[in-house]
Design a protein around this ligand. Structure first.
Ligand SMILES: [Zn+2]
Length: 323
């Protein structure tokens, strides 16, 4: 009797233990299952996100190349023959006369141009240009800080062309009125003269002549430059070094070389001379070597013999904004 009671007791315990185990297992399942689900969902989300990101990258790259090709096509067409006078791009009047642009050299002329300097990188750029025996063009802004005085002078002393890129480089003020544009121009022209002794007659509009930020019609500003005997230059090859904050060296090299390759007569290449543009400096030797290796090609500084290359079109169509 006592034994039976014990047996009953034990099986009671067994049931309790069994129930306990079931509860523990259920609890574990309840705890683990959502975690596993969460991990799975997160992983799926993450995968989709990176796929989307890649697709977005590809899309923006495609758009960029399409824009670039559109612009390159039109400029290439112009530079392939000399009938550009009646083409949609407005060239300075002096181009229409055969007054000797590019008479000295019949091959491809490449103009390396550096905007926005001087900067902490100007010295490195000048060192590289010196090493390769290349002359370039610097479209500078006004930096009255004494540390830059020697940099402006070094640009000039080493045989490069010093051009103007506005004094302040502030779109908001330069392009707010004709008067403020003139004031800024006068300021940078005098500043360069006072610092280097050179009266610069070359100009590159901040954002290019095709910028869409100017409150003043660009043709008014261009007429003013003409009156002042100042020649403005845009570019037909962008190194892409200002597309975003950090641009890999190889990308700058590839874009620059491919860009120059598209223009058999004249390539004006846009680079930026700025503190944070280290990869531009690092890309420069390979770019110079590649151009030096191209047939019948010469790198030159912009001079009065350089055929002005401009973005402004008769239809007022705008090109990509950089510079
Ligand atoms: Zn600029």
């Amino acid at each position: 009797m006592k034994e039976m009671k014990n047996k009953k007791h034990r099986s009671g315990f067994d049931r309790v233990a069994f129930l306990k185990r079931v509860i523990v297992v259920l609890l574990l399942i309840c705890l683990i299952a959502p975690s596993v689900m969460c991990v799975f969902i997160l992983k799926t989300l993450n995968d989709s996100m990176s796929r989307l990101e890649n697709e977005l990258d590809e899309l923006s790259e495609t758009i960029r190349v399409m824009n670039e090709n559109n612009f390159a096509y039109r400029n290439n067409r112009l530079s392939l023959d000399d009938t550009f006078v009646n083409e949609p791009i407005v060239w300075r009047e002096r181009n229409s006369s055969e007054d000797g642009y590019g008479k000295q050299f019949e091959g491809r002329k490449v103009y390396l141009t550096f905007d926005d300097g001087p900067s902490s990188n100007t010295g490195r750029i000048l060192d590289i240009l010196k090493e390769y025996g290349v002359k370039a063009t610097f479209f500078v802004v006004g930096k009255p800080d004494a540390v830059y005085s020697d940099v402006y002078r070094r640009i000039v002393n080493e045989g490069h062309t010093i051009g103007m890129h506005s004094y302040s480089h502030k779109y908001g003020s330069i392009y707010s009125s004709e008067e403020s544009f003139k004031d800024d121009l006068e300021k940078i022209q005098n500043f360069i003269y006072d610092t280097t002794g050179v009266w610069s007659v070359y100009y590159r509009f901040p954002g290019g002549s095709s910028n869409s930020v100017s409150s003043v019609p660009m043709d008014k500003l261009i007429s003013f430059l003409n009156e002042e005997d100042i020649i403005y230059y845009d570019w037909n090859v962008s190194s892409g070094d200002a597309d975003s904050g950090y641009i890999p060296v190889q990308r700058i090299i590839d874009r620059s070389i491919a860009g120059v390759g598209r223009f058999p007569h004249e390539a004006v290449v846009l680079f930026h001379d700025a503190d944070e543009k280290d990869t531009t400096v690092e890309a420069l030797p390979a770019i110079i070597e590649a151009i030096q290796g191209m047939d019948n090609t010469e790198m030159l500084p912009i001079t009065e013999d350089t055929m002005p290359l401009t973005h402004i079109t008769l239809t007022g169509e705008n090109e990509d904004m950089e510079g």
